[in-house]
Design a protein around this ligand. Structure first.
Ligand code: GRF
Length: 201
């Protein structure tokens, strides 16, 4: 059983998928603390309903990202979190958190990285007219949507898609892929090689 700290900014549907997988026993993990970058993030309610401790940080705290990440690292360490899971967390992680959790911070992105990094991965892929996009789970580093790629799943863009139907299918893939990938972590099957590629054993 691994202990997870989760970072969110919004609705928390990925957080919910992880909570549900823990409850169902398909993910051998416990979420020990959820921290939101906004005090009113709806995901905080989902955590509270599941009996998970939460912290909602304010804009004032985030004015100084280094101080904020120092605080976040302290809180996750105090809660005994072993891995940090970014789930719709719309901020970069910086040194204080990465140093406390080297190669132990994971992110999900709604596109096939390195394409369409940034805050609008689905929209940007749609606007470009690509025929295949998807979902990426990766270890996070100090560069936004960078870091060793753990898992990817493709999502085809269909002729009759709208941005809304595409979004729906991408989110559905996220909600399956994220808990499944975290389970590989729980099983100790993910290793970063000297080439900084992720290998599955
Ligand atoms: C997800 O699409 C995630 O990949 C992106 O932001 C969205 C968050 O959704 N970074 P939710 O808060 O998990 O519902």
């Amino acid at each position: 059983m691994i202990k997870l700290g989760v970072l969110i900014s919004g609705g928390g549907t990925n957080l919910q998928a992880i909570i549900d997988a823990c409850t169902a026993g398909t993910l051998d993990a416990e979420i020990v603390l959820v921290i939101a970058s906004k005090p009113d993030a709806y995901g905080l309610k989902r955590a509270q309903e599941a009996g998970i401790p939460t912290i909602g940080l304010t804009r004032e705290v985030y004015n100084e990202q280094h101080a904020a990440d120092t605080l976040i690292a302290e809180e996750f360490t105090r809660a005994d979190a072993e891995y940090i899971v970014m789930a719709g967390y719309m901020r970069r992680v910086t040194d204080p958190l990465l140093a406390a959790y080297p190669d132990h911070v994971i992110n999900i992105h709604p596109a096939l990285l390195p394409s369409f990094a940034g805050a609008h991965g689905i929209q940007d892929a749609w606007d470009k007219g690509v025929k295949v996009t998807g979902v990426t789970v990766h270890f996070a580093n100090a560069v936004y949507d960078d870091g060793p790629i753990i898992a990817q799943q493709a999502v085809e863009i269909r002729k009759d898609d709208t941005i809304e139907t595409l979004e729906e299918r991408i989110h559905a893939v996220e909600h399956e892929l994220y808990p499944a990938t975290l389970q590989l972590l729980a099983e100790g099957r993910l290793h970063i090689g000297t080439d900084r590629h992720v290998y599955l054993t």
